[in-house]
Ligand binder design. Structure first.
Ligand SMILES: Nc1ncnc2c1ncn2[C@@H]1O[C@H](COP(=O)(O)OP(=O)(O)O)[C@@H](O)[C@H]1O
Ligand SMILES: [Mg+2]
Length: 234
């Protein structure tokens, strides 16, 4: 179980994350929505140790992970993908997956796992092309595969479907559901409400750094505070 307790993060005068607490239960897919600039990416960065919270705590299975370095948090089983892809364009698709694991573990088993992940995503035929030659959507699939290479328990996804065509979105969602059935939990930042209602039984809603609603997806999406938050900045 991943827990955030009263997290705060200020950038200059702006409170990017203001007193946010949440629980991601084991085996859940929790959605995180909110207008642009509401603090979603910052919250993910606080969890991942990429940004340091001004106050508040993140716990994984009851143990504090906030204050640890990102790589230590990753070693404890938290993986992520970023809003902008961070692939090695000059490396092949397969190499991009292998660099995610420690060099001592880059043997046949890692290679088999990488090919298996690529096959599940329907891009194993592209394993030897450079990442830079992939389409944008294929790169997003590759990032997702890379996040899974270390068998994370919890995966944080920052707008994985943004700019991706509907067919690849469907592939992505099937992949997320399948990884979830094998035990991985997800915190999914998503602007596509159809995606939210398809895969997230529960959602959190942020606005201006604050958690303004949480609960069952359909209830939350029809909440007047939530609708107002979106319309107010359309
Ligand atoms: N590194 C940073 N330096 C200064 N301000 C930042 C930084 N990162 C985010 N912010 C600000 O924090 C707020 C929340 O941003 P962000 O977490 O990216 O929102 P979201 O992902 O919901 O669009 C915004 O006002 C943004 O401008
Ligand atoms: Mg963002």
């Amino acid at each position: 179980m991943l827990e955030g307790l009263s997290l705060h993060k200020q950038f200059g005068g702006a409170l990017a994350v203001n007193d946010v607490s949440f629980t991601l239960e084991d085996g859940a897919i929790l959605g995180l929505i909110g207008p642009n600039g509401s603090g979603k990416s910052t919250l993910l960065k606080l969890i991942m140790g990429i940004e340091k919270a001004d106050s508040g705590t993140v716990k994984l299975d009851g143990k504090r992970i906030s204050g640890m370095k990102s790589y230590q948090i990753a070693e404890r089983g938290v993986g992520c993908t970023f809003q902008l892809t961070r692939l090695f364009g000059g490396l092949s698709v397969l190499q991009n997956l292998l660099v995610a694991v420690a060099s001592a573990q880059r043997g046949d088993a890692a290679k088999a796992k990488a090919i298996d992940l690529l096959a599940t995503l329907g891009i194993d035929r592209l394993r030897n092309v450079t990442a830079s030659s992939l389409s944008y959507g294929q790169r997003k699939l590759l990032e997702l595969a890379r996040a899974m290479m270390r068998n994370p328990k919890v995966i944080l996804l920052d707008e994985p479907t943004a700019g991706v065509n509907p067919i690849l979105i469907e592939t992505m969602l099937q992949f997320i559901k399948s990884m979830n059935r094998s035990g991985a939990s997800f915190l999914l930042v998503e602007h596509n409400m159809q995606v939210i209602s398809k895969v997230c039984p529960r959602v959190l809603v942020m606005d201006h750094g604050e958690l303004i609603a949480q609960g069952e997806a359909n209830t939350v999406l029809s909440d007047s505070k939530v609708i107002e938050a979106y319309l107010g900045r359309a």
